[in-house]
Design a protein around this ligand. Structure first.
Ligand code: SAM
Length: 339
């Protein structure tokens, strides 16, 4: 096992399969125009497989497929099948906005996908349309139903909570999750690339979320768990469980064992990193698996990133990246690095 400078192992890899998305969420892709990754640079499934093999040799055993919107990538079940066949991968998950999930859920399950997380921030179709700029709320709910029916090992719903937008919906989202058999995770609004409209005032903290839920449901009990998962989990008095990802007000860099591969093979060791390691170039230049393993191991052993903690410590907090800088480098975007 390879440890970084703070003794954190490399266990989890988020693989973005496209930087394209079929929604334009205000907190992630709010602009009218984007610079896309050149198509020729986007890794083939075979290339993704070779890179993932190098990662599993260094200790990665959890892989999450993300994007952009991963279900836009043609033949995605083929990639799922190839990854599911690798015994080194113990946990294979997908994060999606759910718009295309109704059509693909059962095929993805058959291909061997273990778990699905659907992003859903509101139960109000009109609010959804304003937040995402597309009238796809009904499609997302149908996608969640299809995923529930397909019988994945677990189904989760991720909701980014934004003041003035959906902070009044926490209880309703929990009740909806309970109805469809999905655990809800509330995510604090983060000042990452893409969040060009982020303000500190728009962040609803974990503490606020818990107190709003407690006044509605009664005492909430934290669930003690020894994991590196980003969410802290809680239980309502009736046993319903949920998670909160408090990356903005209470970061968890100390246990972060995640890194990210963009669709064009850029490897990022922190969600807030401003630069990464290009794995596509060596791969296409003929690097062997051993050479990739050496490169990954060397870079991870130098890792000292703790981006969310550094952001918390910064005095005047504003969006991480200016719009002008984002326009010059697609790799800084949240939709390129996969969230
Ligand atoms: N399109 C897929 C989806 O919607 O789940 C996968 C990619 S998306 C970038 C991954 C996750 O990042 C989503 O759950 C999204 O809500 C989250 N995300 C994007 N921008 C965020 C922000 N500024 N703060 C917190 N979470 C954010």
């Amino acid at each position: 096992m390879i440890l970084d400078r703070f003794d954190r192992p490399l266990r989890s890899l988020r693989v973005s399969v496209t930087d394209r998305c079929n929604l334009r969420c205000q907190y992630c892709m709010p602009e009218a125009d984007y610079v896309w990754l050149p198509r020729d640079n986007v890794l083939t499934f075979e290339e993704i497989g070779r890179i993932v093999d190098a990662f599993t040799e260094t200790g990665v055993d959890r892989v999450r497929i993300t994007g952009g919107e991963p279900l836009l990538r043609r033949d995605l079940p083929r990639l799922v099948e190839a990854l599911a066949a690798r015994s080194a991968i113990k946990d294979l998950a997908l994060t999606t906005n759910g718009v295309l999930l109704r059509q693909q859920a059962s095929t993805l399950k058959r291909a061997g996908l273990h778990r699905v997380t659907v992003s859903l921030d509101t139960l109000d179709p009109q609010r959804f349309a304003v937040l995402t700029r597309f009238d796809e709320h009904r499609a997302v709910l149908a996608g969640i139903d299809a995923a529930a029916a397909a019988g994945f090992q677990s189904l989760k719903i991720d909701s980014v909570v934004i003041r003035g937008v959906n902070e009044g919906e926490l209880a309703a989202l929990l009740e909806y999750g309970r109805r469809v058999g999905a655990e809800v995770r509330f995510i604090e609004y983060m000042d990452v690339g893409g969040a060009t409209r982020w303000t500190p005032e728009a962040v609803v903290s974990r503490r606020e979320m818990l107190s709003a839920l407690e006044s509605r449901f009664g005492a909430i009990v934290p669930i003690a768990e020894e994991t590196s998962a980003p969410a802290d989990r809680y239980a309502l008095p009736d046993g319903t469980t949920f998670g909160i990802i408090s990356s903005t007000t209470e970061p968890f860099c100390v246990s972060c064992d995640r890194s990210r591969l963009t669709a064009d093979g850029m490897w990022l060791m922190c969600l807030y990193a401003k630069a990464g390691t290009d794995l596509r170039r060596p791969l296409r230049a003929g690097a062997t698996r051993e050479e990739l393993v050496r490169l990954i191991s060397r870079m991870w052993s130098l890792r000292a990133d703790r981006g969310a903690e550094e952001r918390l410590a910064s005095a005047r907090r504003q969006p991480l990246i200016t719009l002008a800088a984002l326009k010059k480098d697609a790799h800084l975007e949240m939709h390129t690095r996969g969230g």
